[in-house]
Design a protein around this ligand. Sequence first.
Ligand SMILES: [Zn+2]
Length: 360
Amino acid sequence: MTSSFPNVSPAYRDFLAALPKAELHLHIEGTLTPEMKWQLAGRNGVSLPYASIDEMRAAQNFEAPDAPGYLKKFIQHYNEGMLVLRTERDFYDITLSHLARCRDETVRYVEIMFDPQPHLMRGVPFEAFFAGMDEARRVGARDYGVESNFILCINRDLPLDTAHQALGAAAPFRDRIVGFGLDSVEDGNPPAKFTGLYDRARSEGYRLTAHCDVDQRDAVGHIHDCLNLLKVERIDHGINCIEDPALVDVLRERKICLTACPTWRPIDAMPRRVDRIRTMYDLGLKVTLNTDDPGLFLSGTLGTLLPPVAATGNFAPADMAAFMINAFEAAWLPADRRTRYVEEVRMFADSQASSLSSLS
Ligand SMILES: [Zn+2]
């Protein structure tokens, strides 16, 4: 991060650090930092095509922001990270390591997405990776006071029968997986392809979400299709919705949560997409702020992401508290727990009221 990178005052940073936070859009495989990837590759005897961690980090620094094919290249790196995750212990370690960072950053609640297909397809049994993550969830809640839930995500570019197999493999753990989602390469894999799969997931009792990635072909149409065909109650990303006033009305009326990700890479001069997130916020949409893949982006975890986003979007402390209230209200938790967290944010914001006004 250069010195010209937008940021807020030290007092505002303290406010954001102590603000009770929630995150609804985070891929556990995307929490792998170059250091962890290197360490796990060594532990599991996986050879990576780099001579050093620095070389790996440089390869992650994709050349052109929003260049055609960027998403595919990004996913290539994402998949490379998957290769080092082999054992129950690996999944335990990366999950607990993320929950420890949540504790350090006052993130009270996180919904963790995971991609079962690539793990199953390379021979890691569902019970192995899920047992590791689930034990970390238990320990994270007990020892760190960080509550978490899991969202099973389907890779939309993999064969559809493998998605059904993943759902079948998840059945014994159904009571410990709150939600069902859709991610990876959207182009050529529109929501309509997954209607039957979503019907099945809904009938099995999962809460439903789906990625509508930013600036993809037919982005606005895909948001409509996710609502009408897949019947999701949440959209991941979805920020192209502001191009369609009628869609904005529907999203606002139905209080559909949109999990925006104002992440950035080393080549970016500032957080991406913040102008559009500002528009969504001003339109009264239920938008939240998320880190997506903190191990792969320079923006990192919520603790490092929020201050530059507040500065870039000209968001006041009360606005940042409102983003967190949106997230807790949309969390897939029992109503009494959601209420408790929302109260915690409100009480914190009230207790900071005097300094809030001087920061605004
Ligand atoms: Zn995502």
